[in-house]
Design a protein around this ligand. Structure first.
Ligand code: SAM
Ligand code: ZN
Length: 448
């Protein structure tokens, strides 16, 4: 607490411990205490609560981790943050160990921690996800394989496609960290759903984004936004009406895709320490949103209490958003980007794929522009976190994530077609910041 608070205190609170404390009311009438905290105090004052939640060994581990930090020069809030973070790490580790898929692959996950690499996983992303640690990825962003719209599509009808996607979405729910985001870019393609007719006449606009929204919600995610990507005038013959300027022959040119945003909010009722005073003497009262447990600090000497002397209210999510990264330049988002994505219809150009000779320039039939992962990574992750694209194609998302100081991970099924393209892209990206290190890290989940 600021020094000047001490001189302004109104009454000294008597303390049984040797800790000195003072309290005063601020302009808003909130009661503000001032006293100094150290790790030892946090352990002794929280002893009872820690014992309810952790085993003796886990408490020892927490002590070891917390005391490995030097608290000499730190202020109260830094000390509390370290204690809170180390505590949350232990809680998370316990949850992960209890909720792994039987196919969990420790070596694979250890590899992902190397932050100087772009991680390329060859294989089926469902198999890759099963091997991945629970709640270990902080953002997922992709454009999934479009139902029968491209050469890698293989489904006999729309429902079989959606069933496959649902399995992947279900497994991704486990792997995505709690209170984190899935960014799903999909177009409402024009195709035959193959449910009612297999003839070319059976083509129609298929509202894939609507179908996916329902699937994501059924698998536990919360729908947050549907940002329309306005791709401009996109060439297609569909608007041609053969000169029939009469009713029922008119269709607009399709020039949008959806950027669907889903949140994961798994309800977690494990007590978390008050971000203001570090006390585990907290009560879970309500859920402040779908799956968001909120807490109220019951420590009467907490630094901040409301005018009617209620304790600080917080959730794991507010902790993550408000207390972890304050004043951290690396996580600042520039104004231009915020202006660009201010409205939920956003215009930018698709990647131009085909040159005038009909040659595919990028070497992949459906790369997506860097705009989408750039927004997703900057809006929904902090520096150093892990970003996964399970349908990575030419690896736009992992490359952008890496450029922005995050760990980029991608899974791609089609190794034979894309290996060279990916290497070329990753290497040319490397040449921009060439420090001579090999940055591609490959894993084979389903060797081809
Ligand atoms: C629409 S593309 C993604 C394009 C990517 N955003 C880019 O910028 O290049 C979908 C990719 O998913 C791959 N794919 C399809 N099914 C897959 C699966 N089960 N596991 C992993 N990759 C898969 C396809 O081979 C294709 O490259
Ligand atoms: Zn408190």
């Amino acid at each position: 607490m600021a020094e000047n608070l001490v001189s302004l205190y109104e009454n000294e609170v008597s303390e049984t411990s040797s800790r000195k404390s003072y309290s005063k009311a601020d302009n808003a009438g909130r009661i503000i205490n001032s006293y100094s905290i150290n790790f030892k105090y946090l352990f002794s004052s929280n002893e009872k609560e820690l014992k309810k939640i952790l085993t003796d060994n886990q408490i020892l581990e927490l002590e070891k981790n917390v005391f490995s930090h030097n608290e000499e020069e730190l202020d109260n809030s830094q000390i509390i943050r370290i204690f809170g973070n180390e505590y949350l790490k232990i809680i998370k580790k316990i949850y992960q160990e209890e909720n792994r898929n039987p196919e969990f692959d420790a070596a694979l996950n250890k590899g992902f921690n190397n932050e100087n690499k772009i991680h390329v996983v060859w294989g089926n992303c469902l198999d890759a996800l099963k091997r991945m640690e629970t709640e270990s990825i902080q953002l997922m962003v992709t454009s999934p394989p479009y139902y029968n719209a491209r050469e890698y599509s293989q489904w006999a009808d729309i429902d079989l496609y959606l069933d496959d996607m649902r399995k992947i979405i279900r497994e991704s729910y486990r792997v995505l960290d709690n209170h984190r985001v899935w960014v799903w870019n999909v177009g409402d393609i024009f195709d035959n759903d193959r449910k009612y007719t297999k003839s070319v006449w059976g083509k129609r606009r298929i509202p894939l984004a609507a179908y996916f929204t329902k699937i994501f919600e059924e698998e536990g995610f919360e729908f947050v936004d549907d940002i329309i990507w306005d791709k401009g005038e996109v060439e297609s013959k569909r608007q041609m009406n053969n000169g029939m300027n009469v009713p029922f022959y008119q269709y607009p040119l399709n020039c949008y895709e959806h950027i669907l945003i889903f949140h994961k909010h798994r309800l977690n009722k494990i007590r978390i320490p008050c971000p203001v005073c570090g006390s585990l003497n907290v009560n879970g009262n309500t859920q402040s949103g779908i799956g968001v447990q909120s807490w109220e600090c019951k420590n009467k000497k907490c630094f901040v209490r409301s005018p009617n002397n209620r304790g600080k209210r917080f959730s794991a999510r507010s902790n993550m958003m408000q207390y972890q990264f304050e004043g951290d330049d690396k996580n600042q988002i520039d104004d231009n980007l915020i202006r660009k994505w201010r409205r939920d219809i956003v215009q930018f150009s698709p990647v131009i794929k085909i040159n005038s000779a009909g040659k595919n320039l990028v070497g992949h039939s459906a790369p997506f522009p860097e705009d989408i992962p750039e927004m997703a990574v900057k809006y929904f992750t902090y520096a150093g976190e892990k970003v996964l694209d399970p349908f990575a194609g030419s690896f736009t998302s992992p490359i952008v994530a890496d450029k922005l100081g995050r760990i980029g991970i991608g899974v791609e099924l089609n190794k034979s077609s894309y290996k060279d393209i990916i290497e070329k892209r990753v290497n040319s990206r490397n040449s921009l910041f060439n420090d001579g290190t090999e940055i591609l890290c490959e894993y084979n989940i389903n060797p081809q």
